[in-house]
Ligand binder design. Structure first.
Ligand SMILES: *Cc1c(COP(=O)(O)O)cnc(C)c1O
Length: 430
């Protein structure tokens, strides 16, 4: 299978080229040229398969000849070496916990898969390392850094705004060592991002093999399909229709779920639950897509005013919005509604959600009457400890600190302070 650019002005490429390029030369997102439905027998016998077997069957056609079978199996095994528990909250509501990876955020899976693919593609070029350059406002950087930790042939340079990330987030970025370097920028997240963009455009750095680990990369996007298959595997014996509610920012995760459906996974309906950044809910209401600057909320990993993966969702439905609406809707929720939901879930079931998961829960609540025969699964995308202050304040309770975080806090921070682009360039050239 090959990938074409959604801007239609760039050559078709294979999985390796799509992963290495990240974005097509015409600035379009890569999209699979063809989709082969999965074997019906596989879906009928899925409960007898391991997560690794499922993942392999699901991703195989997308990777195709770019990675040999044995190597792909190894990459999958290393990517998925933690659990994806489904927690029942009431007769019809489940939380799919995607936060049991090393940085306790669901982006671990995509980052780990992508890192290992890049490592494989660069296997014979040990003298010519790939350098991944990332700007982070906090959460993504940790997952990317950890995902790439120890991957041979790849060096990761993370730029983060000094004093503007939480203590836990900073520790996740700065204590890894090995092939990960944290640059602490005297400025804002926007400054970090501007410097990264400038580096990619800088002719003088063109020999350095710079690449990005952006969420639009196919190798980060596609493995997110796995979650939906894992949930289906557990719920299949109940013979119920399934509705997924996905807390959405860049809409990559939900788009992967919809791709899973188009491969044959029987999912009845999708809800994209957003915070106040309501570009997509507005689009469904008015028919006009208008990107806007992002608004800060307590579910800050979803503060996105122009969700990059929405064009992929539209493509899946041949840009037919009416057809899309038959399986998809999107609602926006305020911070107050989110906090109220966190309290409600905690009071009723003793379950603690983070603000992102709570937005997902709200999406299901809003639609559940329309699907009286279905079970609702909301994706819990981050461990509550990652949003400690908000969670403890909202629920007036203390949450237990997981071992991963305890170990983190005692490690020493190591960062290199930089003030401007010239200093970044100097660092990269040495
Ligand atoms: C990135 C992120 C999201 C949003 O996922 P998208 O694929 O960008 O829609 C939701 N929750 C958390 C915790 C995240 O880190």
């Amino acid at each position: 299978m090959n990938y074409f650019s959604l801007n239609h002005k760039a050559p078709t490429v294979n999985f390796e080229e799509a992963t290495v390029n990240g974005i097509a030369p015409d600035k379009g997102l890569y999209f699979p040229e063809s989709l082969i439905p999965l074997d019906k027998l596989m879906l009928e016998t899925i409960e007898f398969m391991s997560n690794e077997q499922i993942a392999y069957e699901v991703i195989r056609q997308f990777v195709n000849k770019s990675i040999p079978k044995k190597e792909l199996r190894k990459i999958i095994a290393e990517t998925l070496n933690f659990d994806f528990p489904l927690v029942k909250l009431d007769e019809r509501t489940y939380s799919l916990e995607l936060f049991h990876g090393p940085t306790m955020a669901f982006k671990d899976v995509g980052a780990r898969f992508m890192a290992r693919c890049l490592g494989y593609f660069n296997r014979n070029k040990k003298d010519q390392k790939i350098r991944v350059l990332v700007a982070t406002s906090g959460d993504t950087g940790g997952a990317v850094a950890h995902g790439f930790l120890g991957v041979e042939g790849v060096e990761v340079i993370i730029l983060y705004p000094s004093g503007k990330v939480s203590e836990i987030q900073e520790k996740q970025l700065t204590t890894l060592g090995q092939n990960i370097t944290a640059l602490e920028v005297d400025g804002t997240f926007d400054d970090c991002q501007a410097m990264v963009k400038q580096a990619f455009l800088d002719e003088e750095l063109s020999t350095l093999n710079l690449t990005s680990a952006n969420s639009i990369n196919v190798a980060r996007w596609l493995p997110q399909m796995f979650y939906y298959f894992f949930a289906y595997k557990e719920l299949k014996p109940l013979h119920k229709k399934l509705v997924f509610s996905v807390p959405s920012g860049n809409f990559g995760n939900i788009c992967a779920g919809m791709l899973a459906k188009s491969l044959g996974l029987p999912i009845e309906f999708f809800v994209a639950a957003t915070n106040l950044n309501d570009t997509v809910p507005q689009f469904l209401k008015t028919g006009t897509y208008s990107a806007k600057p992002s608004t800060a909320t307590i579910s800050n990993a979803m503060d996105v005013g122009d969700p990059s993966n929405f064009v992929r969702i539209q493509q899946l439905y041949s840009n037919d919005t009416e057809a899309l609406k038959e399986t998809f809707t999107s609602f926006s929720f305020s911070d107050d509604e989110t906090k109220k939901a966190m309290k409600e879930i905690y009071t009723k079931t003793n379950y603690i959600t983070d603000p992102h998961g709570a937005v997902g829960y709200l999406g299901w609540q809003k639609i559940k009457e329309e699907f009286p025969d279905a079970l609702g699964i909301f994706l819990e995308t981050a461990h509550p400890v990652k949003f400690l202050e908000t969670v403890e304040e909202t629920l007036s309770t203390k949450i237990a600190i997981p071992q991963q975080i305890k170990e983190l806090v005692i490690n020493n921070k190591q960062s290199i302070k930089i003030k401007n682009y010239d200093e970044l360039k100097l660092f990269l050239k040495k």
